[in-house]
Ligand binder design. Structure first.
Ligand SMILES: C[S@@+](CC[C@H](N)C(=O)[O-])C[C@H]1O[C@@H](n2cnc3c(N)ncnc32)[C@H](O)[C@@H]1O
Length: 248
């Protein structure tokens, strides 16, 4: 049996620490801007949203900032993250459901199907924790869960093409972590803590171009990478509307 590293995300300390370290992720505002611009260009009104690997629900909050979301479904396999998401939306005027589910299993799929179909299925920095054949199978399921005309938007950590790009990405991350600490920490220590981070082994990165190709093969239209800098990307696809020849 192969050991899996993604379960590190079920650890409460790792979940709590992520809330701090993610503030250093570069281009976050741009990722969200690209997401909103894609929704605008598709003329998509998001009333029913699915947030896969939701963490504490930050993506749902961001979508709600600009879209008339009435129903949101947030899925994750980590109790500490789901608790944080519940706390974030406590008292919100929204039909909201939290679904505990492991991407590597499908016992949670029926709960999602019951809340669909969705205008938007969004995910950020989550699906890269599963092997490639499971990513592709999940994208097939995403296609089934979407309304005709609905969109899938992946803000995702993807593979570097060569070691050069990986070095550039790592340096960017360390510089951003260093800046987030006000340039006061010891740079070498920031580098060492990034290199030795607890969740580092949980990444199973796939090239963005492979993933866009999977979306096209599955039947998504308008599938493309809309943003990429080193290992950070935003890619998306749209389920064809009826008039475009719908696939079930
Ligand atoms: C880097 S965090 C991102 C969380 C959130 N989407 C955000 O943008 O802040 C990765 C998330 O993926 C979830 N995750 C990792 N592996 C998973 C799996 N096998 N099934 C479901 N969720 C998983 C983790 O619990 C965590 O919430």
């Amino acid at each position: 049996m192969t050991t899996r590293e993604d379960v590190i995300w079920q650890n409460a300390a790792v979940a709590a620490n992520y809330g701090v370290s993610r503030t250093a992720i570069p281009f976050v505002d741009m990722h969200f801007e690209v997401m909103h611009r894609l929704l605008d260009a598709a003329d998509l009104e998001v009333t029913n949203l699915l947030d896969l690997g939701c963490g504490d629900g930050i993506v749902t909050t961001e979508v709600m900032r600009k879209q008339p979301v009435q129903q949101a479904t947030l899925q994750d396999f980590s109790d500490p993250f789901l608790d944080a998401a519940r706390a974030r939306f406590e008292g919100a005027d929204l039909d909201i459901a939290f679904v505990a589910g492991d991407f590597r299993e499908n016992d949670w799929h029926a709960a999602i199907t019951a809340r669909g179909p969705f205008d938007l299925i969004a995910s950020r920095f989550a699906i890269h924790h599963i092997p490639d054949e499971m990513k592709r199978a999940l994208y097939e399921q995403v296609f089934r869960w979407l309304k005709p005309g609905g969109m899938f938007i992946q803000i995702e950590h993807v593979a570097s093409a060569t070691a050069l790009y990986n070095r550039a990405y790592d340096k960017l991350m360390v510089d951003c972590l260093y800046a987030a600490r006000g340039h006061e920490a010891d740079y070498d220590e920031v580098y060492a803590s990034y290199r030795d981070r607890a969740d580092g082994g949980a990444n199973i990165l796939a090239p963005v171009w492979d993933q866009v190709q999977w979306l096209r093969e599955i039947g998504f239209v308008d599938a493309d990478c809309a943003f990429k800098c080193f290992e950070l990307s935003v890619f998306a696809g749209r389920k064809p509307a009826q008039a475009e020849g719908i696939v079930s």
